[in-house]
Design a protein around this ligand. Structure first.
Ligand SMILES: C[S@@+](CC[C@H](N)C(=O)[O-])C[C@H]1O[C@@H](n2cnc3c(N)ncnc32)[C@H](O)[C@@H]1O
Length: 339
């Protein structure tokens, strides 16, 4: 059995690139457009691929069926709830696949061992790309920056509807909300459209705001969250704090608290982020958070946090109390922070 563990882990990247191949060939879109179970020969014809490659496509599909990406019956292939998320009109998680498999960046992983041999805080990304930090990298490489923005938007598409449906009361009684580091605006658009009386603002760095969604349902402000955040009674921080080390998180949380206090109307911070749980009864979720933790460590020099680690930064930033909502949204949780 041990030999299987090593071989399986060793070849895990094949899973990654089989999924990437399905995205590149738009297999989900083709099966969706077919409208009923799609036989292999029809799938091959729609791409189109040469006849002699049809059996190769069949083998790729067998792996993807095994991984739960597609389902197969005698009549042909069908989408699963997982592959529905890859559809552009679903959540476009194909954008997420393209971001994490971006050729120029994915090569850094073959040098992972090197970061352990040197002292200092340089991330693997900085080491391979002459000291360039992740946020400089996304700014200077527009193609990668766009993939990142689209990837974040796809995750928001996949979970914002569930967040608003599960926790509408979180937004009760609020007058205005700023989505700090809100990317191109997918999450804030969901909030603004669900709660039309809540005045919403998207806030991010200038080069990201330049690419933001155009919508009348929310305002747009550019700036640096370490310097100034537009006043509001609610600050929304979705997948922001896991981008930063503890000291930077405390700076962001303190800045958010000052902003709410300056508004003189009470209020709260709403965090959507991962809470590491090693006792989870969902091993896939635990494994996924561990993978994201290593991704954050090596691209951004940041980390995912356990309940205790969240407690420590929240209290150190001066908040009086907080509440973690028990239902998970994918691997994300919601934490409300009270002044
Ligand atoms: C991981 S993304 C999260 C995007 C969005 N909140 C979401 O969940 O889709 C982090 C965001 O923080 C923004 N960001 C990074 N540094 C920032 C800063 N100093 N001030 C404002 N936004 C910043 C990035 O441009 C990016 O859009």
């Amino acid at each position: 059995m041990e030999i299987t563990i090593i071989q399986n882990l060793n070849l895990s990247y094949i899973r990654t690139f089989a999924l990437r191949c399905a995205v590149d060939l738009d297999i989900t879109g083709r099966i969706q457009a077919y409208g009923r179970p799609m036989p292999l020969n029809e799938l091959a014809r729609s791409i189109p691929i040469p006849r002699e490659k049809e059996s190769m496509l069949g083998r790729l599909m067998t792996l993807l069926v095994n991984q739960g990406i597609f389902a197969q019956s005698e009549a042909g292939y069908q989408l699963t709830t997982a592959s529905q998320l890859i559809l552009t009109e679903g959540s476009n998680m194909g954008a997420n696949v393209r971001f994490t498999t971006y050729a120029e960046v994915i090569k850094i992983w073959s040098r992972l061992s090197e970061v352990f041999k040197e002292s200092g805080e340089q991330t693997l990304l900085e080491k391979v790309f002459d000291g360039k930090k992740f946020w400089e990298f996304t700014k200077e490489k527009p193609e990668y920056g766009k993939l990142f923005d689209d990837a974040m938007a796809s995750l928001s598409n996949a979970l914002m509807r569930g967040l608003i449906a599960s926790y509408p009361h979180i937004f009760d009684g609020l007058n205005n909300l700023v989505d700090v580091g809100g990317g191109t605006g997918t999450a804030v658009k969901f909030i603004a459209e669900a709660f039309p009386k809540l005045r919403c603002t998207l806030f991010d760095l200038p080069h990201v705001i330049a690419k933001a969604l155009k919508s009348e349902s929310f305002d747009v402000v550019e700036g640096d969250m370490f310097e100034k955040i537009p006043p509001a009674d609610a600050i929304f921080l979705k997948n922001i704090l896991h981008d930063w080390n503890d000291e930077d998180c405390i700076r962001i949380l303190k800045r958010s608290k000052e902003t709410i206090e300056s508004n003189n109307n009470g209020g709260k911070v709403i965090v959507v982020d991962i809470i590491m749980d090693f006792e989870s009864n969902d091993p896939k979720a635990t494994e996924t958070t561990l993978l994201i933790d290593i991704f954050m460590m090596d691209l951004l020099g940041s980390k995912e946090r356990s309940k205790q680690e969240w407690h420590d930064i929240i209290i150190r930033a001066g908040y009086s109390d907080y509440k973690i909502y028990p239902v998970q949204l994918g691997v994300n949780s919601v934490i409300e922070l009270y002044l």
